[in-house]
Design a protein around this ligand. Structure first.
Ligand SMILES: [Zn+2]
Length: 97
């Protein structure tokens, strides 16, 4: 998770792997992995790939982001971590696909 300056995350709220939260956001509900959220209260507004680039629209498939953007922008080790995280999401959580 990357949280910008002044962000408040309420106790018990999850911010997923590779997710980003905007400056001054008050996070009152969980932010799925690879999502960009901002606002009061926080809403997911886009996706964030593993190398930290923001992408719109929200419905873009994560597998496309990882394959098309991150492969050239990341070390092989970090890319492997991103792929493993994506594989884990495919196995259990459908909200981040
Ligand atoms: Zn990327």
């Amino acid at each position: 998770m990357l949280a910008r300056w002044g962000t408040i995350v309420r106790c018990g709220i999850d911010v997923g792997a590779f997710a980003m939260v905007g400056a001054g956001a008050v996070v009152t509900k969980s932010v799925p992995p690879f999502h960009l959220a901002k606002g009061l209260p926080t809403e997911a507004i886009g996706k964030v790939c593993a190398c930290g680039q923001s992408h719109w629209p929200l419905g873009i498939p994560l597998s496309d982001l990882i394959r098309d953007c991150c492969r050239e922008n990341m070390s092989a080790e970090t890319f492997a971590i991103a792929e493993r995280t994506l594989d884990r999401l495919r196995g259990g959580q459908t909200t981040a696909a």
